[in-house]
Design a protein around this ligand. Structure first.
Ligand code: URA
Length: 427
């Protein structure tokens, strides 16, 4: 079959800084997904995009082509508003777990298709899988039925959701083209738009433990994604939030589930509660339910009821004890004073080395491995008090985790922690 374009012309055009037409973009992404254009040509095109960027029209066409490589789900039959949240990923970021049932308890359905962790940031599915019996895969029918009956689903994204992204992301990973705002924005938003929710709240992390360490780059990513969402008819808002230190008091899998349950029970660390409520308010407002105060659903147990139903609907036992580590290693506070540094990246790497995360997609993770801490930045600590606890199934992992933590803790240093919410970005 003759092709309407030649991949090499598309590559040359972008290499030379010219604007690609929507037809060229649609063709090249479609042909690549169909196996008609080889990896080496798309690698070259991705590198050209990395250096030359995409203008607004190109980016919209690129994202649309990625969405159209699969199905865009239709949730209009649910009969209630829908809202979803996406975080760009961070250490100890377990907000999805309390947030999905909380927002559902306020009358807005939450279809949360999630992924597994890679590297130093955890994955929502890995955390949920530490609940005995819980399963991540649902058929389309089960998914819709649960959304209808419980109001919240956290499950694995199927293969029909933006399949072009799976191929492009794998290629970007090995060609040094991940760190490009248009490529990141189109990757995230193609999947989120295809999920079919009417409203979307983005939590764009910034700081050492985040994908983007610079607040201005994080803002630019947030603005780009908000623009793409709105253009696709999805009410989209972004919060740019701190990831210079980890969120809450735990990083790992079962430990993060336990902390999420504390939040749902009306307790939990202040920063985690604050961010969960801030995101819940944004989701409710974007879905047209800005009059509902999510704090009530935490206080009166309705969010906990939805959590229990959500876990049970996927085979999990919400009352089962969570896996415990074989080994615990306590690290005392090095000095008395104000904790001014608790480096998110270092803690993420430590949790990963203890077994909580994976280096390659096919690696298993340990449900019980992780790190917990007793104080966060801005709090007073006393020399010798237990500050960090490393948890693992394998003592042999502790020395490398301790190495990751060298320099991670600062007391009365001149570090200035970021505000929890740095910015709110709307269209
Ligand atoms: N997460 C994604 O899904 N895509 C990216 O490109 C980066 C982070």
């Amino acid at each position: 079959m003759t092709q309407p374009f030649d991949a090499i012309d598309v590559i040359r055009a972008k290499r030379d800084g010219r604007v690609l037409s929507a037809d060229q973009i649609r063709w090249v992404i479609g042909a690549y997904t169909a196996g008609q254009v080889p990896d080496e040509q798309i690698s070259a095109l991705l590198m050209a995009v990395f250096f030359r960027g995409l203008d607004g029209d190109e980016l919209a066409a690129w994202t649309r082509a990625m969405i159209d490589s699969g199905v865009r789900k239709d949730l209009s039959g649910l009969g209630r508003p829908t809202a979803d949240k996406h975080s760009t990923g961070g250490v100890g970021d377990k907000t999805t777990l309390p947030l999905a049932p909380l927002v559902a308890a306020c009358g807005v359905a939450v279809p949360q298709l999630s992924g597994r962790g890679l590297g130093h940031t955890g994955g929502t599915l890995d955390k949920m899988e530490s609940i005995p019996g819980w399963r991540a895969s649902l058929s389309d029918t089960e998914y819709l039925q649960q959304l209808h009956e419980v109001g919240a689903v956290i499950c694995a994204a199927g293969h029909d959701l933006a399949p072009a992204d799976k191929l492009l992301y794998a290629l970007r990973d090995v060609t040094g083209t991940v760190e490009s705002i248009p490529l990141i924005a189109s990757s995230i938003m193609s999947k989120k738009i295809a999920e079919g929710a009417g409203a979307l709240v983005l939590d764009v992390k910034t700081g050492s433990g985040a994908f983007m360490t610079d607040p201005d780059r994080s803002r630019e990513l947030a603005r780009t994604m908000v623009g793409l969402g709105e253009e696709a008819g999805v009410r989209t808002v972004a919060l740019v939030t701190a990831m210079d230190r980890p969120l809450g008091r735990s990083a790992g899998n079962a430990v993060e589930v336990a902390e999420s349950v504390q939040v749902l029970a009306g307790g939990g660390p202040a920063d985690l509660v604050e961010l969960t409520l801030a995101l819940a308010r944004e989701m409710l407002a974007a879905a047209g339910r800005g009059d509902v105060d999510p704090a009530d659903a935490l206080a009166n147990g309705r969010a906990m009821d939805v959590w229990r139903a959500m876990v049970a609907a996927q085979g999990g036992d919400p009352d089962a004890p969570l896996p415990q580590p074989a080994e615990r290693h306590v690290l005392p506070a090095p000095a008395s004073g104000t904790l001014t540094r608790l480096d998110a990246y270092a803690l993420g790497v430590a949790a990963w080395r203890l077994g909580a995360g994976r280096a390659r997609k096919e690696d298993p993770v340990s449900a019980a491995a992780g790190v917990t801490w007793t104080a966060t930045v801005g709090e007073q600590i006393t020399a010798g008090q237990p500050l960090l606890e490393l948890q693992t199934d394998d003592t042999g992992r502790i020395p490398r985790a301790l190495e990751a933590l060298e320099g991670a803790i600062g007391v009365d240093t001149d570090d200035t922690p970021l505000p929890l919410v740095l910015d709110r970005i709307t269209a």
